[in-house]
Design a protein around this ligand. Structure first.
Ligand code: E4P
Length: 213
């Protein structure tokens, strides 16, 4: 499974770029707004930090307008992936951008039929939102990942699944076990998933032992 960081904060991205296992970045309008910077400047800086897929989301609207907004983003760097909303217009834009060889990530996916429609429109990625589903009914996020993975394998769709809206390490485990191709993970959860109380305890024991003559 590939691991992306889910942030537009370039300091977080700079830090994790040294960890050795981050494969890409996803951003969204909320994450960009949080930084108080222009999306083009942020995305440009991210392309210098991570050599992997970088998702930039266009404004939701008519397909022709989303395509028009997407093309300059795509021209910025070979790694740019255009994030499109799971709407009928978003699917039309997905089809058109795919025909132009531009990678796409259909986001705000909350059920199997949305994921299948996006796959049939040639989406490079679909982003089912685990956390927001679990906010309503616990466990439905994991179930959706499993269902999409099963159906994509059955019908040999090439679209990759990005487990998104990850709130905790359990969501990462569920993405792994559910067959997601990617998990996009906030900085806080990336740090949490590398920790365990017994690791900390063991380090203390070993450090103490090393001090003994
Ligand atoms: C990723 O691409 C999504 O936009 C993101 O994971 C959404 O997370 P949230 O549900 O915490 O906003």
């Amino acid at each position: 499974m590939k691991i992306f960081i889910d942030t537009a904060n370039v300091e977080e991205i700079r830090e994790v770029s040294t960890w050795g296992f981050i494969d890409g970045v996803t951003t969204n309008p909320s994450l960009i707004a949080k930084e108080g910077r222009d999306i083009v400047d942020v995305i440009k800086e991210i392309t210098t930090l991570i050599d992997g897929p970088i998702s930039a989301e266009v404004h939701e609207g008519l397909a022709k307008d989303m395509v028009k907004e997407a093309i300059p983003y795509a021209k910025m760097h070979k790694n740019i992936v255009i994030k499109l909303p799971m709407t009928i217009e978003g699917l039309k834009a997905c089809k058109e951008l795919t025909s132009k060889g531009i990678k796409t990530n259909v986001t705000l996916v909350f059920n199997l039929t949305q994921a299948v429609a996006a796959a049939k429109c040639g989406a490079t990625y679909v982003s089912p939102f685990m956390g927001r589903l679990d906010d309503i009914t616990l466990g439905t996020g994991a179930a959706l990942i499993e269902d999409i993975a099963t159906v994509f394998a059955t019908y040999e769709y090439k679209t990759q699944i990005i487990a998104a809206s990850i709130r905790n390490v359990e969501h990462v485990n569920q993405a792994l076990l559910g067959g997601a191709d990617v998990a996009t993970i906030p900085f806080k959860v990336l740090k949490e998933m590398l920790n365990h109380p017994l690791t900390t305890k063991g380090l203390v024991i070993f450090a103490d032992a090393s001090k003994k003559k």
